[in-house]
Unconditional design. Structure first.
Lengths: 375, 266
């Protein structure tokens, strides 16, 4: 077996990957480049093709078309055991008939490397489980099993580590703790991590780069902050956090700003933050960027102002309150307001105006699902 | 104050009587293996251990027993290996005639033994094969195979495919994955299937009767001997088989309970 094992991670490249299953296309013409040493998250709802993509990289599925390159080398036709790639499986897939130590040593034994048990013991020490080496996996808690699965993969120093929703089965507190540990380990070992998840917070929290996947293709890719600040499609705007979205025909567009007519109200965004500047487009804004006022604010070209509307719902979420405001002729708008002073800031049923800065608007490349039919 | 409960006494009595009823023929066989009989072993003539010490004095008993062992071991080996492979294929792979195969495998379980025995005998006659040990072994593989497949299939169905994928992911070739992951995890199922096959083959009479020709197996010997009086050596063989089987079962149970205790006290 000629497997190249490297001290550091290698970059992964997917070229025009397509995967068809009888009756549907799971992954459609996917191009992706993950630089060496990066923590990359593939984020999407269930059934979006992210796990299929991961399995193709591991070699457990073969793509219908396209190429997979690892460190510049074509691995598309390699068997899973010939690839310098290891996976942390969703339900850990620890071997129940072996001790924790033997589980971790499995990969090293198969490659006939020296001192499998010593290396396994070191890997267990890294995840702070060396004292449980002789136990059977089923005698461990979920969090411990997860760490064993991680050690079993990491001990092989793969060029690329694949994580298939590895934290999905853990409770919230443990999940947060594991997220921090996982990130710390990745920084320590410097391997390339590809993390598949449906949890947007997890993806944004840990990854250097997030790719949002939907229906077999990547909707948008970038740093978590960039993705959140400027979603380019309606899917990303809604999947990654919440958004207020307004649809209307462009009435005015110049080098600076682009405005739409939304049910008779003018809504403006910056032209450089708009994917489209003609025809019917969607402009969105994050709920925490919107503010409400008990009196009508003075008209200002730098502000979008809507209202008055009535507060129909107030939801307490700890650090902030989530307000639902119904503005006649406009619809429902969501506003987040931090609970820094008294809470809630306004009472249920109060009449308020809503405003946000023009520079906080983002123009989408497409319209939300169903928008074409209703309007 | 404790209330009188009928169940408290009735149930243990009932269970005791059931066990007694089940054990009487075995006890009878065991006791009469020590009978100092001359020809027929029906009347108690006094205690002796000669029968146990010189089992093979009655040459027919020993050769029949030997044949039974040969048949049972061969049939078990063949049907366990074949049945395990079939079971894995049926659970893991989608192929043409998969459901037909499933159905066919159930047929021997549902077919009366007389029909199967007679059918096989007709086949062998048709092929012009001399009846003997080989035909018995073939016949036994046929009817034990279904039991093996059903038993092992249940085990394969509970085996998480992700475990084998993890093996492949951790640099094990398909062959190594089978021996290091799949096989050890299926082993309990395979062992119980083998034991079942052995037991079924060892005490089979009807199918053997049809397909053995002049060769005697132990059940066949006992059946024919019954007409002129079963020799006490046959009782010895029967009792010994029972004792060995019981010892194995008890040993396995004790080992399992020790293992459980060890798990709990850790």
């Amino acid at each position: 077996m000629a497997i190249d094992f490297v001290a550091r991670g290698q970059d992964l490249e997917l070229k025009g990957i397509r995967k068809e299953f009888p009756g549907f296309v799971a992954v459609d013409n996917l191009d992706l480049h993950i630089p060496a040493g990066e923590f990359f998250a593939l984020l999407g709802p269930s059934g979006c093709g992210k796990t299929t993509t991961l399995r193709m990289i591991a070699g457990l599925e073969s793509p219908t078309a396209g190429k997979i390159l690892l460190g510049g080398k074509d691995v598309t036709d390699m068997k899973p055991h010939e690839r310098p790639v290891n996976t942390v499986f969703q339900n850990y897939a620890l071997f129940p008939h072996m001790s924790v130590l033997e589980n971790v040593a499995f990969g090293i034994r198969r490659r006939k490397l020296d001192e499998p048990l010593t290396k396994a013991q070191q890997a267990l020490a890294m995840v702070e489980l060396e004292h449980l080496a002789q136990r059977k996996p089923q005698q461990l808690s979920g969090g411990q099993q997860q760490r064993v699965a991680l050690a079993r993969a990491l001990v092989n120093r793969p060029s690329l580590l694949l994580l298939d929703e590895p934290l999905g089965a853990l409770d919230l507190k443990l999940r947060r703790q594991m997220q921090i540990e996982l990130k710390a380990i990745q920084m320590e070992v410097g391997l390339t991590f590809l993390h598949v998840t449906h949890d947007q917070e997890e993806a944004m929290d840990m990854a250097d780069t997030v790719a949002v996947m939907n229906q077999g293709h990547i909707e948008q890719m970038g740093a978590p902050e960039a993705l959140y600040d400027r979603p380019k499609t309606a899917f990303v705007a809604k999947f990654l956090g919440q958004s207020n979205i307004f649809i209307g025909k462009v009435t005015e567009s110049n080098a600076e700003t682009t405005s739409i007519d939304f049910n008779g109200k003018k809504i403006t965004g910056l032209t450089k933050r708009s994917e489209k500047t003609s025809g019917k487009i969607a402009i969105g804004v994050r709920p925490e960027k919107t503010h409400f006022h008990e009196t009508e604010p003075k008209a200002d070209p730098a502000l979008n102002i809507l209202g008055p509307g009535e507060i129909t719902d107030i939801r307490f979420t700890g650090v902030s309150n989530q307000y639902q405001i119904d503005i006649p002729g406009v619809g429902e708008i969501t506003v987040f307001a931090q609970n820094v002073g008294r809470s809630p800031v306004v009472e249920l049923g109060a009449k308020v105006f809503v405003s946000w800065k023009v520079e906080h608007s983002f123009g989408l490349a497409d319209l939300p699902n169903g928008a074409e039919e209703t309007d | 104050m404790t209330r009188f409960s009928l169940g408290k006494y009735l149930l243990p009595t009932y269970v005791f009587l059931t066990f007694l009823f089940l054990m009487i023929p075995i006890g009878y066989t065991f006791v009469f293996s020590f009978n100092d009989s001359i020809k027929s072993n029906i009347i108690w003539r006094g205690f002796t251990i000669d029968n146990w010490l010189n089992v093979c004095d009655q040459a027919d008993v020993c050769s029949a027993f030997g044949n039974s062992i040969v048949v049972a071991v061969s049939a078990t080996l063949v049907s366990t290996v074949l049945g395990t492979m079939i079971a894995i294929a049926l659970v893991r792979y989608r192929f043409k005639f998969r459901s037909a195969t499933n159905l066919l495998l159930f047929l021997p379980l549902a077919t009366p033994e007389v029909v199967m025995g007679a059918g096989l005998a007709a086949q062998f006659l048709d092929f012009g094969w001399q009846k003997g040990l080989t035909t018995v072994i073939i016949a036994h593989v046929m009817f034990t195979l279904s039991f093996v497949v059903v038993t092992v299939k249940a085990r394969v169905a509970t085996l998480d495919p992700a475990l084998e994928e993890a093996g492949r992911d951790l640099y094990a070739s398909p062959m190594v994955v089978f021996w290091k992951v799949t096989f050890p995890l299926l082993l309990p199922g395979i062992l119980s299937a083998a034991m079942l096959a052995f037991a079924l083959s060892f005490d089979d009479f009807i199918i053997t009767q049809f397909n053995s020709g002049a060769v005697d197996t132990f059940p066949k010997f006992v059946y024919t001997a019954a007409a002129r009086g079963i020799p006490p050596e046959a009782n010895v063989v029967g009792s010994a088989v029972f004792l060995i089987a019981m010892t194995i079962v008890i040993a396995v149970q004790v080992r399992a309970s020790i293992k459980r205790k060890k798990m709990l006290t850790r």
